[in-house]
Design a protein around this ligand. Sequence first.
Ligand code: ZN
Length: 293
Amino acid sequence: MLLPAYNGGHRLAWRVGEYLGAVRRGRFSRCAACGRWGPNLYRRWVIRPELERRSGVSPRAAEAWALKESGDCVHCGAKLRARRIAEVILRLYPVGDPPRPAPSIRRWVESAEARALLVAEVNEVEGLHRQLLRLPSFRPSEFRDDAPPGEVVDGVRCEHLERLTYESESFDLLITSETLEHVPDLSAALAEILRVLRPGGRHFFTAPILPGVSQTFPRAVLRGDGTIEHLAPPVSHPGGDWGYPVFTELGEDFPAILRLAGFEVETAFGPLREDDVCQVYCCRKPADGPRST
Ligand SMILES: [Zn+2]
């Protein structure tokens, strides 16, 4: 009897502490995903010391990384990175006459303009996902290593970015968040994203590009037998030494790599800084087809 009460009290105290932290830091905003006003809960512990050490980030950049991976909207749970992707969607897909940004994704999905778009999401972006589910043309999917791409398991379609099962030129918008670093063959994934986008279609994503990593490099390769060969000290997310392995450490040159892959690239909330690592990368498939490079 006493233990549940103790645990409940402990969780409440923890939550109150997060609220007070948000108030103290003045972190209040209107959530671009759900449209509601409230504090954004900062949790420094989400970037664990082991992840910080293995990734080689400065204490200041680790704080910024923690803000990106928390800063939750108290209403819908959208982290800062989800809320920023939402802001970019609202900005680049205005609605109404004259066209202007909708106040939130919750309102945006009700517009005729949004409902005419074909939108894909590869791996759930918490907070944003729940709002986008109201779009009739929304195609969410999850990566699973125990199911082939295209199969539906427990009502959820499975997809692998290296070999998407969608038709070419299917989507106006494809969303990923903190996913690209975990794909074993990143160039295959970029080629696939380009393939399934319509001309002029966009891929919005966030990824852990961190200050101090100037050049993108492979940390690991997936061998044919399914085992992982480490080319550099292993890093996993979210724990550092546990979680999903990082195959590619993305560097500050990553936008240039995206351009070489055929995208037009813009960075929102940029540039990357030690005190703000939460950029949204907007990659557009050229309307007249991929560039020849
Ligand atoms: Zn929200």
